[in-house]
Design a protein around this ligand. Structure first.
Ligand SMILES: C[S@@+](CC[C@H](N)C(=O)[O-])C[C@H]1O[C@@H](n2cnc3c(N)ncnc32)[C@H](O)[C@@H]1O
Length: 294
């Protein structure tokens, strides 16, 4: 049992309490409430599954997954708990199909048990994250650290010739000029890295800081725009301090002294991600990818 689960267990000794529809929330004109009331007698609350456990919060400190803040990702604790429940004791090997694979937490936790896992994900970020995950497991740590050290010598004012951020309408004004220039210099540096895994991880690190260095914040289905972008709609929003790209990427790659993002779960099994070549910023349309792990 993980630390989080133990904490939840200590604080919530009751399990399986039946859900009762609330008298205050009237279902009239509220389809969600009507649906809830219809099935309320059949629902049970499992207090072990706390909000922190079922949300991205629990992944914030997880090796590798702390890099990319993919807010809809499941936490490893949640997946492990559910696998424990279905597998029983002694644990049976399963084949897992995750048709909404995201960045692959369910798939990788299944693989960690030696189970077969297959996933489908609509967004390319999922393929990038999985590829980065595998690269992190097998990367030559010495080559990675060497590249991080070389980064200290980068001239952040020398951009990659001919490169500009491939803006879509929705990304216009998302970054400061300084950040776009530093991103360009960084990409010039990245393309010269000879080790494939190190190069891909540096590129992925760049992808993973984009929201942090932008004047935007994803809130549920919405993108909020900081007033400094000049795109404010409705109420004025201030995101607070926005680091420049250089600061954010160095922090990500140096990561409080831990220079290598490798996962702690040991080497990847034989895994394969099929998707288009991710080494391109311009990917306006993507087909859902199908990935199989054996
Ligand atoms: C809650 S997240 C999945 C979390 C994931 N199962 C995990 O283990 O962390 C849901 C995912 O479904 C994806 N998605 C939504 N519609 C989809 C579709 N039609 N086909 C494939 N993936 C889809 C979203 O892009 C998102 O990444």
């Amino acid at each position: 049992m993980t630390e989080l689960m133990e904490e939840a267990f200590r604080n919530s000794p009751r399990v399986n309490s039946i859900v009762r529809p609330s008298k205050e929330n009237k279902a009239v004109g509220n389809p969600r409430q009507a649906l809830f009331e219809r099935f309320a007698e059949k629902l049970v609350v499992n207090p072990l599954l706390t909000r922190r456990l079922v949300s991205f919060q629990a992944s914030k400190t997880t090796p590798f997954y702390r890099w990319l803040k993919y807010k809809v990702a499941f936490s490893p604790e949640l997946v492990d708990y559910l696998f424990d429940v279905i597998a029983g004791s002694p644990a049976k090997p399963f084949s897992v199909l995750d048709p909404f694979a995201g960045t692959g937490m369910t798939l990788t936790r299944a693989c960690a048990r030696g189970w077969k896992a297959t996933g489908i994900e609509l967004l390319p970020v999922g393929a990038h994250a999985l590829n980065a995950r595998f690269a992190a497991d097998r990367v030559d740590a010495v080559a990675f650290k060497r590249a991080v050290t070389t980064l200290d010598k980068l001239d952040w004012e020398a951009p990659k010739p001919g490169w500009s951020f491939p803006h879509l309408r929705i990304t216009r004004n998302a970054f400061s000029l300084e950040t776009e220039q530093q991103m360009s210099a960084f990409l010039r540096f990245v393309e010269k890295i000879s080790d494939d895994d190190v190069r891909f991880l540096f590129w992925f690190a760049c992808l993973s800081v984009l929201e942090e260095v932008s004047f935007t914040r994803k809130d549920g289905q919405y993108l909020r725009w900081d007033h400094r972008s000049g795109r404010t709609l409705g109420r004025r929003f201030d995101k607070g301090r926005v680091p420049c790209f250089r600061e954010a990427i160095c922090e990500r790659l140096k990561g409080s002294g831990k220079t290598c993002p490798a996962a702690t779960e040991g080497p990847s099994r034989k895994m394969r991600v099929s998707s288009k070549d991710p080494a391109s910023w311009n990917c306006p349309s993507w087909k859902p990818m199908l990935s199989t792990w054996r």
